[in-house]
Design a protein around this ligand. Structure first.
Ligand SMILES: CC(C)(COP(=O)(O)OP(=O)(O)OC[C@H]1O[C@@H](n2cnc3c(N)ncnc32)[C@H](O)[C@@H]1OP(=O)(O)O)[C@@H](O)C(=O)NCCC(=O)NCCS
Length: 175
């Protein structure tokens, strides 16, 4: 059974090793999530240290999926910190599910909770981008995200191949 928990900055720091392993596993599996091969423990630890610092400043929310044994199987972030003319908008970043735990609905649960958190924060427009043609693209299309368009040659895949990025948005009914 999967539970979704909002991690505080101290919790992120305490679980940095497990979160780093999740990131390393996803990059080694080919995910285009800002990192190149070889993916190292140092790069992953630095990433999560910065995420914890940012969470401590209330710039972002970090959601964690835990299995029945309280092991981390997935994560996603809601970036709250936006320019003053976009107080109603947030970005979604680093949706990661362990390659060993995929196609069990964990990403769906993470994103459902993320949308609840976004509504609580009065965020009515959510934006994300993902590698064109990836499994993540199919996931977002299946879960109600509106495709905006592609930017060719936006990034590199972990192995150095050129990668197009596709932008998506979701408008939320918030009360
Ligand atoms: C994309 C990702 C988060 C999906 O996680 P997941 O927990 O396996 O997704 P779910 O089980 O919740 O999938 C729900 C539905 O989305 C679709 N889907 C998810 N992954 C898919 C894939 N690789 N290919 C095709 N459809 C997919 C399916 O319709 C799936 O339902 P089904 O399993 O009953 O067919 C995961 O593959 C991942 O971490 N990828 C690498 C990192 C990444 O690219 N993240 C996005 C960055 S923006």
């Amino acid at each position: 059974m999967t539970t979704i928990t909002l991690f505080t900055a101290p919790q992120i720091r305490a679980q940095r090793d497990a979160l780093s392993q999740l990131l390393i596993d996803c990059v080694n599996d080919g995910a285009s999530v800002s990192f190149m091969l070889p993916m190292t423990g140092d790069k992953a630890q630095t990433f999560w240290t910065r995420v914890a610092d940012s969470a401590a400043r209330a710039e972002r929310l970090v959601l964690i999926a835990l299995d029945a044994q309280q092991q981390i199987t997935g994560t996603v972030q809601l970036i709250l910190d936006q320019p003053e003319n976009q107080p109603h908008r947030a970005d979604v970043a680093k949706l990661l599910v362990s390659p060993a735990a995929r196609r069990q609905g964990i990403a769906q649960k993470l994103m459902a909770e993320l949308e609840k958190q976004a509504a609580d924060q009065h965020k009515s427009v959510l934006v994300l981008d993902t590698a064109t043609g990836s499994g993540a693209e199919i996931f977002y299309q299946q879960t109600g995200w509106q495709r905006v368009g592609d930017i060719p040659d936006y990034a590199l895949m972990p192995d150095g191949a050129s990668c197009s990025t596709t932008y998506y948005y979701k408008q939320m009914n918030i009360k």
